[in-house]
Design a protein around this ligand. Structure first.
Ligand code: IMP
Ligand code: MG
Length: 195
């Protein structure tokens, strides 16, 4: 379903820059919330016997996903830490280098760790985080993403909890941005950029 600018509410329409537009909606708000419900059940079951789980949520994209996921899980054993990660630098492709901050204050030794990101694309972000965390000898490390982009990976890693597969295109909405825009869309759509 393609959405013309006139179908969007004012606040969203104002965000649209001349050379880009929202294309096909890939996932509706309802599809996203039922998927999160399902993921929350799987995560709860997986950690049923664990006393504590450190959740590492990758900002800024995974903020909405993490908040919604753990507001359903509602269990104090999940301790959420937000870590700032960036690799896209306002572009449509990963720069290839991953910058991580806010990470040094967390002690992962002997802990169960769950990394939560919005989208698994080249794999560079997750593999950089995994390497840093594994270096501290955690008890377990698992990974969770809302979206799995169907693309050739630069780093292949195992994703334990996966929401949806999406095609190899740039997507926005529900936390995912382009140049800081479109995060607040309640659905996930393709972004069409000309030029
Ligand atoms: P990777 O390191 O290439 O796997 O990419 C992971 C990060 O890149 C994600 O955490 C997102 O912030 C960003 N990213 C990858 N693909 C997209 C996209 O299609 N839209 C918006 N952000 C993306
Ligand atoms: Mg990100």
């Amino acid at each position: 379903m393609a959405v013309s600018n006139s179908n969007l509410n004012d606040s969203v329409a104002q965000q649209i820059l001349p050379d880009e537009k929202i294309g096909q909606i890939l996932l509706t708000k309802e599809q996203i919330s039922s998927c999160i419900q399902h993921l929350s059940c799987r995560i709860t079951q997986e950690y049923a016997d664990s006393e504590k789980v450190i959740v590492v949520s990758l900002l800024t994209g995974a903020k909405y996903f993490t908040n919604d996921l753990f507001s359903i899980v509602k269990c104090e054993k999940f301790k959420i830490h937000y870590v700032q990660v960036s690799s896209y630098n306002n572009s449509l492709k990963s720069s290839g280098s991953v910058e991580i901050s806010g990470f040094d204050k967390i002690n992962f030794c002997g802990e169960n760790v769950l990394i939560v990101d919005d989208i698994y694309d080249s794999g560079l972000t997750m593999s950089a985080l995994l390497a840093l965390i594994k270096n501290q000898n955690p008890k377990s490390v698992r990974t969770c993403v809302l979206l799995n982009k169907n693309v050739a990976r630069k780093q292949q890693i195992e994703i334990d909890f996966k929401g949806f597969d999406v095609p190899d295109c740039f997507v926005v909405g529900y936390g995912l941005d382009y140049k800081g825009q479109y995060r607040d869309l309640q659905y996930i759509a393709k972004l069409e950029v000309s030029g």
